[in-house]
Ligand binder design. Structure first.
Ligand code: ADP
Ligand code: ZN
Length: 728
């Protein structure tokens, strides 16, 4: 017997090993095996198939089988292979990254005590033994750990009971589970769906019953009850014995949603997967899913790879969210993979959003994604009124611009006076964006990255937001020894301070990645907001995600410009999404909501359309620009990111690859660049990129692969980003 395995090393090859007689019984596709490689290396291999004959003369034996049960089956493997091929990763690397590590045959067990079925009425028992036997007869099969909590000296009593033939001891596997988040908001009385929700659900239900690939876009404004539709669709899939994957952008940011799912479905039907789950718990959850015990998987992007049995429904909530894209290790977009996986499984995929990606909306017109719409908020609550504040008019005599305009300040004051809550959003954390020397112009930059360091006043440090390198904020300029250090730009820390000065009696909190480092701190802040312990919450993107707090009536966007100015063809789309999403947090309760957006670009179409809640208007503007410039969806793109720790080598290597790419490109592919990346150095690596653009993804793939093979032996680090492209 032989097995073909994939190994997490940089090669496209798979490897064939022989299986010694004593291990044959344990072999199955989807298990991990320990294999020898080269002279003395031992590696983990993933079994892709087992065979009776090998396609080569000499094979080496596998050393050990590491799993009792497979981590995936043939059907899952087909999907993994597709993903590896599309994103140009080696299968071994993909498997190494997406499958849970750890576990193996070291699974955790516990001792279970049961009463023996035989008649033991004539066995003499001590009082203690009698007590424990009664307890077990009430509880049925009882974990030893439970008995230990109830009685003293349990072990010796149980041992003598076993000797007397009264009880028997067995081992049972215990699953390690992630901790459950707190219960926040959301009342879960059975809701009666409104007409639009019913109509959307009906369509999806037809799709589920059809057992055919059925993609849907559920386009519903914020607070229109999309989640309610998802939960009902899940019920339907479950009723038909189907498995479900429910993807959410960042699970740590959505404790509300998790508690809604947990309340709706039985605990043992649900498995939760995300990066915050410990290794061992992740491994255990994975096997519950693989066995078909957990039918519903809720998770962040990596959950798209979960080995769900009889997959019938995939939901991608907030499908536009950028966190579905993984940028490091293996690169993929879970939203796009969701559609592919649904197709491979003849299943339903529901992409839901208030602000669908231009590409997704386009697909409803071109690619037969069915379009479902929830155009109104539930119970006809009005969408908040959005006001744009032109910050160009707000300069004072010295040319300075206030952080908080008078109108925003008044609006916060009004909210405070009527006992309502406000959210203030800014894309940037920290105090100031950078410090510079007034005398010589020196800017404090990171040693490893070509960006200025952010001033964190509370901690008295300067920190790089790309590599986390930090130094104490120096009192003097290191270049000219001058003492006139000035700051520029604002971050959330600064905004929070300013707010506390303006409103000394208000309870102000800040939520960004600095204040939520500690586990559970994020949930704590949301809980405090839910209980009304916070008047004003200042934060980054974290506060824009799908929370539902009825008492929030005011949302302030401190600056819409930070996202407009990123060097990415999706900048306008991101800005429109951001303003719309953050606005959506306002006025979900009984009082109407208000949104104030401060910007230097009040005439920009993304800002104007967001003000009008006009998604289709925005889409029309955006799609005609994209058509004109031949950006996706009118072309496909592959971005080659080239980096090196040597400045010269990065530039020279990029140049060489550029020439090579042009030689091979033919007329189907356009080669753009090489160009230095907008952030030319990150974590000590100098960065360049080359963009391949064309209509045919296969031509782009072929060219990218040729380039990779050709430059494989180089000491350059080349990463390939396949559509959608990230320019940062
Ligand atoms: P979305 O996901 O579109 O933002 P949700 O599903 O979270 O919207 O719904 C917003 C709020 O409205 C939630 O508090 C939810 O419980 C409530 N809701 C949803 N559907 C209904 C309904 N049919 N009737 C009453 N309330 C509803
Ligand atoms: Zn840095």
């Amino acid at each position: 017997m032989f097995v073909r395995v994939a190994i997490n090393i940089p090669t496209e090859k798979t490897f064939v090993y022989s299986v010694p007689e004593e291990l044959k019984k344990q072999i199955a596709t989807g298990k991990r095996v320990l294999v020898p490689l080269g002279h003395r290396r031992r590696m983990i291999g993933y079994v892709l198939e087992s065979m009776n004959v090998a396609d080569r003369d000499e094979t080496r034996d596998i050393i050990e089988v590491l799993d009792k049960e497979p981590l995936f089956n043939e059907n899952d493997l087909e999907f993994y292979k597709w993903a590896a091929g599309y994103y140009i990763h080696h299968l071994g690397k993909l498997l190494g990254n997406i499958l849970p590590g750890g576990g193996g045959i070291k699974t955790k067990t516990e001792k279970m005590i049961t009463l023996c079925p035989s008649d033991v009425s004539d066995v003499k028992l001590t009082e203690k033994q009698r007590e424990i036997t009664d307890f077990i007869s009430q509880h049925g099969e009882t974990p030893l750990s439970l008995l230990r909590r109830e009685f003293k000296n349990v072990s010796s009593v149980i041992r003598s009971l076993e000797k007397k033939g009264v009880v028997s001891i067995s081992e049972r596997e215990v699953y390690r589970r992630p901790e459950q988040g707190p219960d926040i908001g959301g009342d879960e009385r059975g809701l009666i769906l409104n007409k639009e929700q019913e109509a959307a659900l009906k369509e999806i239900t037809i799709g589920i019953a059809s057992k055919k690939f059925s993609p849907y876009l559920l386009h519903g404004v914020t607070g229109s009850g999309k989640t309610e539709v998802y939960l009902n669709a899940m019920k339907e899939a479950l009723r038909l014995n189907g498995g479900i994957i429910f993807l959410v952008p960042e699970i740590a940011l959505t404790p509300q949603l998790l508690s809604r799912v947990n309340k709706r479905f039985r605990d043992n039907e649900v498995a939760v997967l995300h990066s915050g789950v410990s290794r061992s718990a992740r491994y255990d959850q994975w096997r519950r899913i693989q066995r078909g015990e957990a039918r519903i998987v809720v998770g962040a992007r990596s959950a798209i790879f979960a080995p769900v049995r009889n997959l019938r429904l995939i939901i991608v909530d907030e499908e536009h969210d950028t966190s579905y894209k993984q940028d490091d290790r293996v690169r993929y977009n879970a939203r796009d993979l969701a559609v592919v996986r649904a197709k491979l499984n003849s299943a339903v995929v529901v992409l839901g959003s208030a602000t669908p990606e231009t590409q997704t909306y386009y697909n409803t017109k071109e690619k037969q994604y069915r379009y479902l719409s929830l155009p109104k908020r539930v119970e006809d609550k009005p969408l908040p009124q959005v006001e744009i504040i032109d910050m160009k008019d707000k300069r004072d005599e010295s040319g300075g611009v206030p952080i908080i305009s008078r109108s925003l300040r008044n609006a916060i004051q009004d909210a405070l006076e009527s006992g309502k809550q406000s959210l203030l959003f800014l894309k940037r954390r920290g105090f100031n964006t950078f410090l510079y020397c007034l005398d010589c112009g020196y800017v404090f930059k990171c040693l490893n990255c070509s960006v200025s360091m952010t001033h964190h006043a509370g901690a008295g440090i300067l920190r790089c937001h790309y590599c986390d390198f930090s130094i104490k904020a120096p009192p003097l300029c290191p270049f000219c020894q001058g003492g006139r250090i000035r700051s520029y730009g604002v971050g959330t820390e600064r905004v929070a301070e300013e707010i506390s000065i303006l409103f000394p009696r208000a309870r102000v909190e800040r939520m960004d990645s600095d204040t939520t480092v500690k586990k559970g701190s994020h949930e704590k802040l949301l809980k405090a907001l839910d209980c009304g312990d916070i008047d004003i919450l200042v934060g980054t993107q974290m506060i824009t995600k799908g929370h539902d707090f009825p008492n929030v009536t005011l949302v302030g966007v401190i600056s819409a410009d930070t996202s407009l100015n990123i060097p990415d063809f999706r900048a306008a789309e991101r800005t429109f999404q951001l303003i719309t999403q953050v606005s959506g947090r306002s006025g979900r309760g009984d009082s109407a909501g208000r949104v104030l957006v401060q910007t230097f670009n009040p005439q920009h179409y993304a800002v104007m359309r967001a003000k009008e809640h006009d998604y289709t208007g925005f889409y029309e503007d955006e799609i005609s620009l994209r058509r004109e410039l031949a950006y996706p969806p009118f072309s496909r793109m592959v971005n080659l990111r080239i980096s090196s720790i040597k400045k010269g080598r990065a530039a020279e290597g990029a140049g060489r690859i550029g020439i090579f790419a042009r030689e091979l490109s033919g007329n189907e592919v356009e080669v753009i660049g090489p160009a230095e990346a907008p952030i030319a150095k990150i974590k000590g690596r100098y960065r360049w990129h080359i963009l391949l653009k064309g209509r045919d993804i296969r031509a782009l793939h072929t060219l990218a692969k040729k380039i990779l093979t050709k430059t494989g032996e180089d000491s350059l680090d080349i990463k390939v980003d396949v559509d959608p492209v990230n320019f940062m």
